[in-house]
Design a protein around this ligand. Structure first.
Ligand SMILES: [Zn+2]
Length: 261
């Protein structure tokens, strides 16, 4: 198996998975731009075997029509009126077989209601394709779900083994960590990670994938049960005894308005 990522559009990453080293076929996750995908396939000498979709936003789906017209491959994804191209509908508990690999489908609503994530667990490594649900250092904007729903999705991902690699869809890590630092100024792990990730970006490297273990230490949206973060949210909002989903909602609103210096 080989997994790679490449930048596309403004801030997206597309993940390319070759399930079988002996075959030159690959699956693309969330192709928001067909030209970028075709260039990568050609450069790597790969044939497209299928398209895997997490949710309906254009930057994850706009390349589907052109790729299917060219390659007539199956399109896997959630049930959604907004993604009529999906011809293999997946929901909670389903298995997705890609060559020799089997991925678990998790429904993770919050960013959108149709958002699903894919989990691959092998003896060697665990991979989570979580698109715009969980980011490195942050989470997606809450466009459609409720705080309870989004928090419940994130708490499921947080319960995965710490070694699980977080393969999300955007390079927002440094901005996310600037907010994380504002939300939890005494957290040394955040300051250290911010310095490391800033250096990676300065050198033109991606900050992805992250791991669930690292996110639990440094991502405020996975730390809504942390006393220090809760104290900071109480101070910021004036809430007296916020419940966990209220901490999440307050953080999400705070982040939406946050301008990093
Ligand atoms: Zn999205």
């Amino acid at each position: 198996m080989q997994l790679s990522l490449f930048p596309a559009l403004q801030t997206n990453y597309f993940w390319l998975l070759q399930p079988d080293d002996s075959k030159s076929v690959a699956y693309i996750f969330d192709p928001g731009d067909a030209t970028a995908v075709k260039q990568q396939l050609q450069a790597r000498g790969l044939t497209l075997a299928g398209i895997v979709i997490t949710h309906h936003h254009w930057d994850h789906t706009d390349g589907i029509d052109e790729l299917v017209a060219d390659c007539k491959v199956p399109v896997y994804g959630p049930r959604s009126d907004k993604i009529p191209q999906v011809d293999h509908v997946l929901s909670e508990g389903d298995k997705l077989t890609l060559g020799p690999l089997t991925l678990d489908v998790l429904e993770t609503p919050g960013h959108t209601l149709d958002h699903i994530s894919y989990l691959l667990q092998t003896p060697e490594q665990d991979l989570l394709f979580c698109a715009d649900t969980l980011f490195a250092g942050g989470c997606g904007r809450m466009f459609e779900g409720s705080p309870e729903q989004f928090l419940s999705s994130l708490n499921r991902l947080k319960a995965l083994p710490e070694r699980t690699q977080v393969c999300c869809s955007h390079e927002y890590t440094v901005d996310n960590l600037r907010f994380a630092q504002a939300a939890e100024p005494d957290n040394r792990a955040i300051a250290e990670r911010l310095a490391r990730e800033t250096e990676k970006r300065r050198q033109g490297q991606s900050t992805l994938p992250s791991t669930i273990g690292l996110e639990k230490q440094t991502n405020p949206f996975l730390r809504t049960d942390s006393p220090s973060l809760k104290a900071s949210v109480k101070k910021h909002t004036g809430l007296k005894a916020p419940r966990e989903h209220e901490v999440f909602a307050a953080l999400r609103q705070w982040k939406d308005r946050f301008k990093a210096n």
